[in-house]
Design a protein around this ligand. Structure first.
Ligand code: SF4
Length: 66
């Protein structure tokens, strides 16, 4: 899902402690930083949603909360 990452999303993410990135997904392999399902995951990682990121973060349809 593509959307505009802006100040409103940043505020809501912090306010509601949203968990949507690889680091909070059961399929994330912390030792390698990769996805156990083999998906390219740079755009789904926490860093892709940081305020200083280029704004290309996207939600992953296979995300499963830890
Ligand atoms: S399934 Fe999606 S959210 Fe989960 S680790 Fe893989 S790429 Fe990231």
């Amino acid at each position: 899902m593509r959307f505009i990452v802006g100040r409103e999303f940043d505020a809501e993410r912090a306010r509601y402690a949203l968990r949507h990135a690889c680091e909070d997904c059961v399929f994330f392999v912390a030792e390698t930083g990769r996805c156990a399902n083999g998906y390219p995951n740079a755009m789904h990682r926490d860093a892709a949603f940081a305020p200083e990121a280029p704004g290309d973060g996207t939600f992953c349809k296979d995300f499963e909360l830890l």
